[in-house]
Design a protein around this ligand. Sequence first.
Ligand code: XUL
Ligand code: CO
Length: 434
Amino acid sequence: MTDFFKGIEPIRYEGPDSDNEFAFRHYDPDQVVMGKRLEDHLRFAVAYWHSFAWQGGDPFGGQTFQRPWFGDTMALARLKADVAFDLFDILGVPFFCFHDADVRPEGASFAESLRNLEEITDYFAAKMEGRKTRLLWGTANLFTHRRFMAGAATNPDPDVFAWAAATVKACMDATHRLGGQNYVLWGGREGYETLLNTDLGRETDQFGRFLSKVVDYKHKIGFTGTILIEPKPQEPSKHQYDYDVATVYGTLKRFGLEDEVKVNIEQGHAILAGHSFEHEIALAAALGIFGSIDMNRNDYQSGWDTDQFPNNVPELALAYYEILRAGGFTTGGTNFDAKLRRQSLDPEDLVMAHAGAMDVCARGLKAAAAMLEDGGLERARADRYAGWDSPAARKMLAEEDFDAIAARVLAGGVDPEPRSGRQERLENLWNRFV
Ligand code: XUL
Ligand code: CO
């Protein structure tokens, strides 16, 4: 153990009445809910980038955090890994996630960057031995370096496409080596700033070719994890091609990849796209592409991606309700893609941000499970669609053409009577559990 978190003991479950700040009140990993331990339901992951690589800058100010591992050497990268695994141990999280750029210094050449990544991957592998911590997903940072300013797979310059492909190959290799359960593609620069200089058709074709190569490579190396695309409508690009779940599904269908690739849905990205988190989850589940979630929250006024830790139990109850209805996570999990506020300087802030978020998620999931077990919402939904169970309705959907349907209506056998949608009553029901 390093001394960064000196004096902070592993966080334990002490129950809702505990007044120990360094305790879980709601997240008891061993509590069984709907036949499964909470730890196995929620599958928490810590995101390396926000917690260990981000320095506290915002558009108006630079670094606020002073961490002993900041710097560009391999020795500091190893110190950063030591502190990261200390945090995983303190929180008892089963997973972590990282980009290549979070964990290794950029080298003077591609080959040197690759060697640095491989060295850190070995270091991670050694640290994971004898620990419960596993890798939820790995990914490539194809957005920070200036070479990616006009995109990675969708760049007008084929050399950048090549660099991106070699980078993703390296990150897939690292993810595979560490037994990662998923591989994520988030395309912050896969989009455009202005149509005046952009060939949108060509760029989206390039993206499809790139994605097919990712899937081919997955099969070539025998990676059995899930390939996930993380939708986001804008920021950093003015318009991003992976706008939302519906847009990603259209892209997957267009390139015949809908059985190969799923989605990693982020709360704040859903809000930026003008949706709710639960809408995006429910749609992905309905389309058969639900994979994983990035958990955070956006400030609802600011209109950009503030990546705050979650703290709204009623909203999370609806999100986990849709996840449980869809059968829960398989390879996916709850990754905290959330960062401290830049004034939260202390090591304790980093621990408590995660511990509190884990408690909030546990409350959301338990409320969702109770709502499902109660069955009131599902009964109301079934009742609302009950008309579709009749043989006549089924026949209409399956067989009848417009002439046949119109003939039935004309003959007077159809006379719709509007019924209440009962929204407020259902909101009252939801409120009983949160
Ligand atoms: C950016 C974002 C990324 C992805 C991984 O908004 O969410 O951190 O999760 O590249
Ligand atoms: Co994310």
